[in-house]
Design a protein around this ligand. Structure first.
Ligand code: IMP
Length: 426
C-alpha cells in the first residue's frame, strides 16, 4: 500500500490542509514532517473551520494515527492551545503522537526572530516571526532542546543551563531582554508534564505501519520554492519542505515513498519578501487576492498574487520526483476572460527556461506568457472532470503538459466536497 508525500509545489499556501483531510479518509497514518507553526493548514468540515499550525490534518479522522515528526520545530504553547481548541470542538486527540526528536521553539527563539527581522531593515525576509529560523539554527548548532528532553528533569535543566547564557548574550546584542533560566526551565517542565504521554520514539510506530503495509501520508508544510537549499534563497524558510525533507523529517527511507504528490494553486501566491516573476501588482492581482481570500492563515498578511508559473512549477516537479498533481482553487479564475501561464523567462535578450539561483536575476526576469481563454462561468458545482467547461479543461491539460505529471485532484471551492477526484492517490 502506498506511502505518499504531499508537498507544496509553490511558495506555500497551496491548500495542503483540505487535501490532507481528503486523503486522510483512506490513510492509516499522517505525519507532519517539517516546519512549525509558520504553517497554517485550513480544514473545513462538519465540526467547523479549523486552522491547524502543528497538529496533522488527519486528526479529524479518528482511526488515523497522527504524528508530529522529528523534522518539526515545535512551540509547545501553540501546540497546547491547538489541542485545547480541537478538544473543545469535539475532536479526539487519542491518536496524536509527537516525535521525541522534534526540536522545541523556546521564547528566546521568538525574540531572536523578531529582533533579527527588524535589524534587517530593507532586506528583511518577511518571516512569520514564530521563531522558526532561530530554532532550526540552534538545531544545526547543536544547542537545540528536543521534545525528549522534556521527559527528563535533569537533562532539561542541563540543556537550558548550557545554552541560556549564550542566548541572553545574543538577545542583548540585538537589543532584547534576558530570559531567566529558572523560569524557562519550570515553564518547559510543565509543558513536558502536559505532553508526556504523547512524546514517543516514532521510529517503531512508523516502521510497524510500513511493515503492515498501511497507507501513510506525509503532510508537507510551506513549499518547494521556500526550501532552504532550492528555494529563492535567502527569501526562504529554514527547512526542507520537499520530498527529501519528507523522508528525513518523518524518518522514512526514500525507497519507501511510492508517490510524491505536488500541490499547486491554479495561480501563484507568495507571502513575505522575495522575487516573484509572475506577480500581478495591478487590479487583477487584487482581484485574485479578494476572490481567493489570499490572506495568511498564520499572520493574516495579504498574499501577493500572480499567474501560474510553469517554469517554477516544473522545477518543483523535477527536484522532487513529483508524479501526481493536485490543482487547487481553480474556481478563483472563474470570472476571467483570459488566463495566462508563464512558460519561460527572459532576461534582456536571453531566454531562460529554469529557475535561476540568484535573487538579483530572478527579480529581473520578464515572464514569457501563453494566453488561454477563460471559461467565465462558475465551476463550484462540478464534481467530474468532464463537467468542467472546455476552456478550464484546456487550461489544466496545458499545465499537465508543461509540468510532465498528471493531475489527480482538482479543488473547485473551499468545502470538503468541492473536489474533483480524477485519479485515485491512495
Ligand atoms: P519563516 O518560516 O517564519 O522563517 O519565514 C520565512 C519565509 O517563509 C517568509 O517569507 C514567510 O512568509 C514564508 N513562509 C513560512 N511559512 C509559510 C507558509 O506556511 N506559507 C507561506 N509562506 C510561508
Amino acid at each position: 500500500m502506498p506511502v505518499v508525500a504531499l508537498i507544496g509545489g509553490q511558495w506555500g499556501d497551496e491548500g495542503k490542509g483540505g487535501t490532507v483531510d481528503l486523503l486522510a479518509k483512506r490513510a492509516h497514518m499522517v505525519i507532519r514532517y517539517s516546519g512549525g507553526n509558520n504553517a497554517g493548514h485550513t480544514v473545513i468540515n462538519d465540526l467547523g473551520s479549523f486552522k491547524l499550525h502543528l497538529v496533522p490534518c488527519g486528526i479529524f479522522r479518528p482511526a488515523v494515527v497522527n504524528i508530529i515528526g522529528s523534522g518539526i520545530v515545535l512551540d509547545p504553547i501553540v501546540l497546547l492551545d491547538e489541542m485545547t481548541m480541537l478538544e473543545a470542538a469535539g475532536v479526539s486527540l487519542d491518536n496524536l503522537y509527537i516525535s521525541d526528536r522534534a526540536h522545541l521553539i523556546v521564547p528566546y527563539h521568538l525574540q531572536q526572530d523578531q529582533l533579527q527581522e527588524s535589524l534587517r531593515g530593507d532586506s528583511k525576509i518577511g518571516t512569520t516571526g514564530r521563531g522558526i529560523g532561530p530554532a532550526y539554527s540552534d538545531k544545526m548548532e547543536r544547542t537545540g532542546i528536543r521534545m525528549g528532553d522534556l521527559l527528563h528533569e535533569e537533562t532539561l535543566l542541563q540543556r537550558f543551563a548550557r545554552v541560556i547564557d549564550h542566548k541572553n548574550r545574543t538577545l542583548r546584542a540585538y537589543g532584547g531582554t534576558d530570559q531567566s533560566l529558572h523560569e524557562t526551565y519550570l515553564q518547559f517542565l510543565e509543558y513536558g508534564r502536559r505532553l508526556r504521554d504523547r512524546i514517543v520514539p516514532t521510529h517503531p510506530l512508523i516502521q510497524r505501519a510500513l511493515r503492515q503495509d498501511e497507507r501513510v501520508l506525509l503532510e508537507g508544510a510551506q513549499g518547494v520554492l521556500l526550501d532552504v537549499d532550492w528555494g529563492t534563497y535567502p527569501y526562504v524558510t529554514s527547512s526542507s519542505p520537499g520530498a527529501a525533507g519528507a523522508c528525513q523529517g518523518a524518518g522514512i527511507g526514500p525507497r519507501d515513498l511510492d508517490h510524491v504528490v505536488g500541490i499547486f494553486k491554479a495561480y501563484t501566491t507568495r507571502v513575505g519578501e522575495g522575487p516573484f516573476p509572475t506577480e500581478l501588482t495591478n487590479a487583477l492581482g487584487l482581484h485574485l487576492r479578494e476572490r481567493g481570500v489570499e490572506y495568511g492563515a498564520t499572520t493574516g498578511r495579504p498574499r501577493r498574487c500572480g499567474w501560474f508559473d510553469a517554469v517554477a512549477a516544473r522545477y518543483a516537479v523535477e527536484l522532487n520526483s513529483i508524479d501526481q498533481l493536485i490543482i487547487t482553487k481553480l474556481d478563483v479564475l472563474d470570472d476571467l476572460a483570459e488566463v495566462k501561464i508563464c512558460t519561460g523567462y527572459r532576461l534582456h535578450d536571453t531566454a531562460i527556461s529554469y529557475l535561476p539561483s540568484a535573487v538579483a536575476v530572478l527579480s529581473e526576469v520578464e515572464p514569457v506568457y501563453e494566453t488561454v481563454p477563460g471559461w467565465q462561468e462558475p465551476i463550484t458545482d462540478c464534481r467530474e472532470f468532464a463537467q468542467l467547461p472546455q476552456a478550464a479543461r484546456q487550461y489544466l491539460d496545458r499545465i499537465e503538459e508543461l509540468l510532465g505529471a498528471s493531475i489527480a485532484v482538482i479543488s473547485v471551492g473551499p468545502e470538503r466536497d468541492q473536489i474533483i477526484e480524477r485519479r485515485p492517490i491512495f
